[in-house]
Design a protein around this ligand. Sequence first.
Ligand SMILES: C[S@@+](CC[C@H](N)C(=O)[O-])C[C@H]1O[C@@H](n2cnc3c(N)ncnc32)[C@H](O)[C@@H]1O
Length: 224
Amino acid sequence: MFNDIAPKYDFLNHFLSLGIDKIWRRKVVRSIIKHNPQEVLDIATGTADLAILLAKKHSTSNITGVDLSENMLAVGRRKIDEFNLANRITLKQGDSLSLPFESNTFDVAMVAFGVRNYEDPVKGMAETLRVLKPSGKFYVLEFSMPRKFPMAQLYKFYFWAILPLIGRMISGHKQAYTYLPESVSAFPDGINFIQLMKNAGFSDCKFKKLSFGIASIYQGEKHL
Ligand SMILES: C[S@@+](CC[C@H](N)C(=O)[O-])C[C@H]1O[C@@H](n2cnc3c(N)ncnc32)[C@H](O)[C@@H]1O
């Protein structure tokens, strides 16, 4: 599915979120920079938006992006070249459930809108834990469901009625933008997602809701 929508992915992402996804990514990057990481892994990097933003904001990070979809990575590679960041960002095809890296390699691992798509989120996050150095930090940016009136009702209407329609018209893909609300509704958020992180072995897990709960940033740490 991501191979099919890769050429339109960036445009639709920013258009359908009214640009709010950029604000969310900036928040993740601001938190990550505080740790002054040297080696960073961007899992399910897609078209490398988060990796590029971090590289621009923190000049001493080397970033490796990994994703299953070669077409998404191809779009990412073009952007990396445009921004002259090829010496700092490396993209690699790979599966988050079996990462092609040695244990204890990265200071920080991050994943934006990716964990929800894993076949087995706990297995994927346990694999993230393996490749993090001791005391390494893990950040997840993921959609969540707002629960308070009127945002919950407005969001449901937009997410189920408007977004799939526009997504289908622009991407030409029938399922991709009905998959989005379906997968978000079915996926655990808040303390339920924190429990998955703990099951994967992460410590000091916490989360912060963004934009009335439409998205959340989750954070965990590798303790030995
Ligand atoms: C919604 S996109 C997010 C891309 C990017 N992180 C962003 O914020 O725009 C989800 C990405 O997860 C990737 N993906 C899904 N399952 C994966 C897996 N098991 N391993 C690696 N990448 C995966 C897809 O190929 C897709 O590029």
